[in-house]
Design a protein around this ligand. Structure first.
Ligand SMILES: CC(C)(COP(=O)(O)OP(=O)(O)OC[C@H]1O[C@@H](n2cnc3c(N)ncnc32)[C@H](O)[C@@H]1OP(=O)(O)O)[C@@H](O)C(=O)NCCC(=O)NCCS
Length: 236
């Protein structure tokens, strides 16, 4: 899929593995625009190798008093709760809007033409999204995933690599599906839930829990995620 990328891209967050793929996608698209990364002091980029052909500038979030005029934001995090935190933080700081985010997709991935996508989608390589599915705001779907037809992936969800879902699956806001999991037809996952890696989800899983296994069972209830690295201080 050819991307029509804007002249400036503003990356919020600094997760090394995601940054590596963002640069890979930009390189694959022969991107010649300007890349700016906004982060805080606590975020430490993992030593992932990434394409350095594309020039970029790095800022601490407080170095820019007003939001970048071009918008065109992109999350650089794989964690649902971190993406939510980053969005709320920059909404407060710069009054950013969901509409100000772009979608970034690896050219080897395919999305059926009937799929509805909000904004802020990050799509890794060799992933397929089946027909009539709906993708919410700020969703990450990593490499080698297959999302079945008529599925609904709500805002801030993260789908780790190698996940396969059958048709008519629904994943609630802020939930994460761990690496290599399989979700059966019509399964509903609640909000803010984590499905552990390698799970086989044969039935519905409720909100706010950690669940894993084959068949997937709830292991922890009333799960509340902790946000690492995101205690921003506003230094005005
Ligand atoms: C589900 C998960 C969040 C649980 O994390 P946690 O609460 O820190 O769990 P722990 O690592 O302390 O493991 C606790 C026990 O559960 C088991 N366990 C953990 N995750 C499991 C999984 N997905 N399937 C089966 N068993 C699992 C562990 O083996 C351990 O068993 P033990 O007590 O007999 O030794 C995590 O294991 C996971 O699967 N995360 C997703 C990983 C992923 O997708 N990464 C993407 C990388 S690209």
């Amino acid at each position: 899929m050819e991307l029509n990328l804007p002249k400036q891209i503003n990356i919020l967050g600094y997760a090394g593995e995601v940054l590596a793929v963002i640069f890979e996608i930009l390189t694959a698209n022969k991107y010649s625009g300007e890349v700016q990364i906004f982060r805080n002091e606590k975020e430490k980029r993992a030593k992932a190798p990434f394409e350095r052909d594309i020039p970029y500038k790095e800022y601490m979030f407080y170095q820019l008093k007003a939001k970048p005029s071009d918008n065109n934001f992109l999350f650089c995090s794989s964690k649902s709760d971190t993406k939510k935190f980053i969005f709320n933080f920059y909404q407060d700081l710069w009054d950013i809007k969901q509409i100000g985010f772009i979608n970034l997709m690896h050219p080897s991935s395919s999305v059926a033409s009937s799929v509805q996508i909000k904004t802020g989608l990050f799509l890794g390589s060799l992933t397929k999204i089946g027909s009539y599915s709906t993708i919410g705001f700020g969703v990450n779907i990593h490499s080698n995933c297959s999302i079945g037809h008529h599925s609904i992936i709500n805002d801030f969800c993260t789908i780790q690599p190698g996940v396969n879902t059958a048709g008519r699956v629904e994943i609630g806001e802020g939930s994460t599906i761990g690496i290599g999991s399989t979700l059966f037809y019509n399964v509903k996952i609640g909000k803010n839930t984590i499905i552990g890696g390698g799970s086989v989800v044969t039935g519905d899983i409720p909100d706010n829990c950690v669940a894993y296994g084959n068949p997937c069972k709830v292991i922890k209830q009333n799960y509340i995620p902790t946000i690492e690295n995101y205690t921003f201080d506003k230094t005005d």
